[in-house]
Design a protein around this ligand. Structure first.
Ligand code: ADP
Ligand code: MG
Length: 398
């Protein structure tokens, strides 16, 4: 599949180029705790500005409900972008209203404008085609061309991702191109053994992908919050751990299918349990079938860490999505750290997907260069690995 590139847009000088970026960074109040996505957006923005375009950045932050909410303002992100670019960035206090229009009208060649959170408008994520298209048309009126570079949202059929590409001349940015290329290495003829490590807290989202990944991978290593639905499916008590009760039957089905199809599903044999969800909580290691009532599993235990690391070191393709534990609290970070370190130690091609997983690599101080590819997209990277057609990619096909 070949995607339209920025070159296909011709001479960009004096053109207003709308760029969809993924600037959905983790925030602690106004403070950005990991700016990886902002950094990843720089090359395309710099390239367009360097070509003399007026660069108008569209992005979202968090999940506002279709109306402005101060805590989801992109203002602090625009400020960080300005720091990283080393030049002023004009922040428009609305998305398509008078402030955005004035900011775009005032922009000179090579200037960068960031629009307010596109999800402050209900049209962005509407399920109604006509509502999305109407909002996309308002966005499109601010530009002459569209560059899709927010890889983290290309699996979404949303106004600033999908519909706008049908109105303006459109192209994939360098980040989207690089992501698609790296992830297709893991999907088209992956070197084997091919090991997928899954964790994190978006349990129901991720349980759904297991069925598809089972057809492609040789082994699935399960950690993080979804472990407990697997342990419950085996009949173990899971205390106060994260549990998707309505998914237990689905998971039982996966376990049966895996043994029938010769796919290995590796579950932790021990768990770090905590008395409560807290960075200083009392905690200790227990066998996976001995989780005490009212305690919660917040990381995989030491035996599991060794077993997971051994599988990863022997693999030739490794995809990791979702932390093994609550790595934000240092005492529950060991599982995530050991899995990531094993990926670095392995000679295989390794891909990290998932916003929090990528953030964990940086927050734990691991060298990013030790990985084959660190994706900026969680859901998008998983869907590509599942072999799905993503709407925001399909619309960029040449
Ligand atoms: P990603 O962004 O990498 O796709 P998710 O968003 O699914 O990952 O999940 C990340 C979160 O999962 C982290 O904030 C981490 O603290 C949390 N997490 C991991 N293991 C557990 C667990 N056992 N219980 C609760 N939360 C967990
Ligand atoms: Mg996440």
């Amino acid at each position: 599949m070949a995607l339209k590139t920025i070159d296909s847009l011709g001479d960009l000088s004096r053109q207003r180029v709308l760029v969809r970026a993924d600037l959905n960074v983790p925030l602690d109040g106004q403070r950005i705790t990991d700016d990886g996505r902002v950094r990843a957006s720089l090359p395309t923005i710099e390239r367009l500005a360097g070509a003399g375009a007026k660069v108008i950045v569209m992005a979202h932050l968090g999940r506002p409900k279709g109306q402005p909410e101060a805590k989801y303002s992109l203002q602090p992100v625009a400020a960080r972008l300005a720091e990283l670019l080393g030049r002023p960035v004009e922040f428009a206090g609305d998305t398509v209203g008078p402030l955005a229009q004035a900011a775009v009208a005032a922009a000179g060649d090579g200037d960068v404008v960031v629009l307010e959170n596109v999800r402050f408008n209900p049209g962005e994520t509407s399920k109604e085609d006509s509502e999305r298209q109407a909002f996309a048309a308002e966005l499109a009126a601010l530009g002459d061309a569209f560059v899709s570079d927010g890889f983290g949202v290309v699996h979404r059929k949303q106004a600033s991702v999908y519909d706008i590409a049908q109105i303006l001349p459109a192209a994939a940015g360098g980040l989207v191109l690089a992501e698609v290329e790296a992830l297709s290495r893991a999907t088209t003829n992956p070197a084997r053994p091919y090991v997928v490590v899954l964790g994190g807290s978006k349990v129901s989202d991720k349980l759904g992908v297991i069925g598809n990944l089972m057809e492609k991978a040789d082994a699935l290593l399960i950690g993080g919050g979804m472990v407990f639905t697997f342990l419950a499916a085996k009949g173990y008590a899971v205390g106060a751990s994260l549990l998707e009760e309505d998914q237990i039957d689905t998971v039982k089905g996966y376990l049966d299918r895996a043994s029938a199809e010769g796919v290995e599903i590796v579950l932790p044999t021990d768990i770090v349990v905590a008395e409560k969800f807290d960075r200083d909580a009392a905690h200790y290691d227990v066998a996976a079938d001995q989780i005490p009532e009212s305690w919660m599993g917040l990381d995989i235990g030491p035996d599991s860490r060794q077993a997971f690391a051994a599988k990863i070191r022997d693999a030739r393709t490794i995809v990791w999505n979702g932390p093994m534990g609550v790595f934000e609290f240092p005492v529950f970070a060991a599982g995530t750290r050991d899995v990531a370190q094993a990926m670095i130690d392995s000679a295989g091609f390794s891909v990290v997907g998932g916003g929090d997983s990528a953030a964990a690599v940086r927050i734990l101080g691991l060298p990013e260069a030790g990985f084959g590819h660190i994706s900026t997209g969680g859901g998008a990277s998983l869907e590509l690995l599942e072999g799905k057609v993503l709407p925001g990619i399909a619309v960029l096909e040449a």
